[in-house]
Design a protein around this ligand. Structure first.
Ligand code: NI
Length: 138
């Protein structure tokens, strides 16, 4: 078993808040990410897949195919979008990095199987100091 990771990037806006809280309560819980007028992050997404080396190619899988898949299933939906308002797989969820990682996992998992690999980890980097890793339900 070997792992390989593809990095993609996207910029997106979001707001962390609960509609049943006022702005002050939201600020207490969610900090600057609760700004009522939105704000953006330059996110980095690392998708790690697992599998065996194909003896014909020496590759686990074609990274170009993986990149195309991530772009078509996830990046087009997120890049330059408002995560709260415009991203179908985040509808009704708090726009946290944790929920984003789980949402991205669910978008990709089956398609990565079609490429002959297993999804191993979705890592979403929100800022220099904060990132989330999701390894699926275990
Ligand atoms: Ni934020």
């Amino acid at each position: 078993m070997i792992h390989i990771t593809r990095r993609e990037r996207f910029n997106a806006a979001h707001r962390l808040f609960r509609p049943d809280f006022d702005d002050e309560q939201n600020y207490k819980v969610f900090g600057k990410c609760s700004n009522p007028n939105w704000h953006g992050h330059n996110y980095e997404l690392f998708v790690t897949v697992a599998g065996e080396i194909d003896s014909d190619t020496g590759f686990l899988l074609n990274l170009k195919s993986l990149s195309k898949l991530i772009k078509s299933k996830v990046i087009v939906k997120l890049d330059h979008r408002n995560i709260n308002l415009e991203v179908d797989f985040m509808k009704g969820k708090l726009a946290s990095t944790e929920n984003l990682a789980v949402g991205i996992w669910n978008e990709l998992e089956d398609h990565i199987k079609e490429l002959g690999a297993e999804l191993h980890c979705v890592k979403v980097v929100e800022s220099e100091n904060n990132y989330v890793e999701y390894f699926g339900i275990s």
